[in-house]
Design a protein around this ligand. Structure first.
Ligand code: COA
Length: 274
């Protein structure tokens, strides 16, 4: 059986570390998140967190397989949601257990930078995977949406909360209340997608961003990510204080000295990631 999550370890251009390209691989089911995928994504997160060489994680969906003779091709998908077939017959206790300690939270809690590379449907749980990444790069054929309301449901992987931060209260309300899909252009316009490109340029754009991020000090990157996240949980007064403490703490790190010296001597910094 094919792996439901494939990890490609791509060496960084500067020879320091790897970019992990993670492909959710159930193209015949539009990469829907069944329990196998959820478990594999959680394992991937543990691996990425513990592997010091991982500088950035790109998450994407597998491209459609060629259709069998006489059948129509399946559409492109990032992830078309949680696997709805696994919902049938479940009660609230079973679902609470399945959704506890889930893969989307594991992606969100990674200290490493994450990029969602979205080509095709990013619906329901797929939109939530994308929203749990730090940055979203979308192709012009990407389609975002939270259609759960049409199933008598709401997002269950934190989508309602993360969407409010990404697109604002009113837009999140409209997405969740109507269940309507958003075109890639609309998603880009409202800040859900950071970048919009032609499908054939998508991978290059995601890799360009990943390389830029991967070339920085990973220690500083972790502090940056944690500090930006603090803005979601704190008011501005506390948030500014958190940043001030984090900023000062970097002056006890080797990489701050390396970065400043490299600027002063007009050389490239060789990070120790400490
Ligand atoms: N869970 C389980 N299976 C799914 C799925 C999901 N979320 N989304 C798509 N699939 C499966 C379909 O059942 C179909 O399987 P089959 O070929 O074995 O019958 C296959 O993926 C292809 O999907 P299909 O519906 O035939 O493609 P389409 O081009 O006609 O429609 C969508 C594409 C995305 C509009 C449609 O698949 C859809 O609405 N999916 C569900 C989206 C959703 O509600 N997500 C939130 C879940 S909480």
């Amino acid at each position: 059986m094919d792996e439901v999550v494939i990890i490609d370890e791509i060496a960084c251009e500067n020879g320091d570390g790897i970019i992990a390209k993670v492909t959710i691989n159930r193209p015949d089911k539009l990469n829907a998140l069944n329990q196998d995928v959820v478990k594999s994504l959680k394992d991937m997160c543990k691996w990425a967190e513990e592997n010091d060489s991982v500088r950035c994680v790109i998450i994407t969906g597998a491209k459609p397989n060629p259709p069998p003779e006489g059948k129509r091709a399946k559409p492109h998908a990032f992830v078309a949601g949680a696997d709805i077939t696994e919902f049938a017959g479940k009660n609230s206790t079973e679902i609470r257990e399945l959704f506890r300690d889930n893969a989307i939270e594991a992606i969100w809690n990674l200290s490493k930078p994450t990029i969602a590379m979205v080509d095709g449907f990013a619906l329901g749980g797929g939109c939530e995977v994308a929203c749990s990444c730090d940055i979203r790069v979308a192709s012009t054929r990407a389609i975002f949406g939270t259609p759960e309301i049409k199933l008598g449901l709401i997002p269950g992987y934190g989508g309602s909360q993360r969407l409010v931060h990404l697109v604002g209260y009113g837009r999140a309300m409209e997405m969740m209340m109507t269940g309507n899909n958003l075109s890639a252009e609309d998603a880009y316009r409202m800040g859900l997608a950071n970048h919009l490109c032609e499908p054939e340029e998508l991978e290059a754009k995601a890799m360009e961003l990943a390389e830029t991020i991967a070339s920085k000090s990973m220690n500083t990157m972790k502090v940056a990510k944690k500090t930006i996240r603090a803005a979601l949980d704190n008011g501005i007064t506390d948030g500014v204080e958190i940043e001030a403490v984090a900023f000062a703490s970097l002056f006890d790190t080797e990489d701050q000295e390396i970065g400043v010296q490299a600027f002063l001597t007009r050389t490239e910094p060789e990070w120790k990631h400490r």
